[in-house]
Design a protein around this ligand. Structure first.
Ligand SMILES: Cc1cc2nc3c(=O)[nH]c(=O)nc-3n(C[C@H](O)[C@H](O)[C@H](O)COP(=O)(O)OP(=O)(O)OC[C@H]3O[C@@H](n4cnc5c(N)ncnc54)[C@H](O)[C@@H]3O)c2cc1C
Length: 287
């Protein structure tokens, strides 16, 4: 389980050690072309750049400022709080049946516990999300602390959209809606796309004219194709939530499959046919 504060600090330290200049509390406010460079405007002055990777997350405005047309991603929502572990627990708990299009989790993270809820759908009724989390916390025997809850929109993958513009800008991470619509996982795709975007910029600066389009193609095929399958699984699952839940829960390989998906060692494409065959057989009696 990832502790974001130390994970993010670790990334910053690695980047600094590799020679990156780190500018904290520096907000990008716009881009102005100047010769063959872009002046990146910020609240702390201008930074000249030939290529720009935009990775400002689900709520970022930078893609629009660069000229990307659409707001990326389908609406999801996640909310979580952390608390110290009083009685040490090592098991992770995921409850898929507690609310439509969503799940709750309890993740042990060393000395603390993360308790949260993710919903793969636009959700305006935040009171219901709080209530769901409170119910889940109660079932898990841990206190619920509404004041500690932090949540925000999640930009779930919504299909292939441009990830490059003007041969100068690349979108990565949640700014590109690279979030798994089934489990709302966005950290691994953000790392993967961030590294691929860095390599694409390197190649482009070295004269590779196809580097940005290749990046876009690779993200569509390596991540987007998997996310499209995940979307189909979510839709099918929540068409028949009770039966699907029952089927998933009692399938002998269900837990190990979910674990393998979570750690990234199993792709949806490798199990799609099997998943749909099992669900169809149990739910529709076909197969
Ligand atoms: C409650 C919750 C729990 C989650 N749990 C998990 C989980 O367990 N596992 C998982 O894989 N994913 C999880 N996610 C999703 C995951 O956090 C994101 O998908 C992931 O962090 C995306 O990484 P990113 O680098 O693209 O964007 P972010 O991590 O959102 O980082 C974007 C950064 O850009 C900065 N920024 C924004 N605008 C500007 C600007 N104009 N100028 C400069 N900087 C700017 C922001 O301040 C921020 O630091 C969770 C999300 C939420 C809300």
């Amino acid at each position: 389980m990832v502790d974001r504060a130390s994970f993010d600090k670790g990334l910053i330290d690695l980047a600094a050690a590799a020679g990156a200049e780190i500018a904290q509390r520096t907000e990008v406010t716009g881009f102005t072309p100047r010769g063959d460079l872009w002046q990146v405007e910020t609240n702390r002055g201008m930074f000249p750049a030939r290529k720009v990777i935009i990775a400002d997350g689900a709520l970022g405005k930078t893609a629009a400022r660069a000229g990307f047309k659409k707001k990326y991603g389908l609406d999801g929502w996640a909310m979580a709080y952390e608390m110290p572990q009083t009685t040490p627990r090592n098991e992770m708990v995921v409850d898929l049946g507690i609310l439509p299009y969503g799940y709750t989790w309890l993740f042990p993270k060393g000395p603390s516990l993360s308790i949260g809820v993710g919903v793969a759908k636009k959700h305006d009724d935040h009171r219901k999300i709080f209530d769901t989390l409170a119910l889940f916390a109660d079932r898990q025997g841990v206190p619920f602390d509404r004041a500690q809850c932090r949540g925000q929109r999640i930009a779930l993958w919504g299909g292939n959209q441009p990830l490059t513009l003007k041969d100068s800008f690349l979108l990565a991470g949640e700014a590109a809606a690279l979030v798994d619509p089934l489990n709302a996982e966005g950290i691994r795709p953000a790392i993967k796309s961030g590294m691929a975007a860095g390599e694409a910029v390197d190649a482009a600066l070295a004269g590779d004219a196809d580097a940005f389009l290749r990046y876009q193609r690779n993200m569509w095929t390596q991540l987007g194709r998997e996310f499209a399958i995940a979307t189909r699984i979510v839709r099918f699952f929540f068409l028949f939530p009770a039966l699907s839940y029952h089927t998933a829960l009692f399938h002998p390989r269900a837990t190990s499959i979910m674990n393998e998906v979570f750690v990234g060692s199993l792709a949806y494409s490798a199990i799609t046919d099997k998943v749909f065959a099992v669900l169809r057989k149990k739910i529709l009696g076909i197969g």
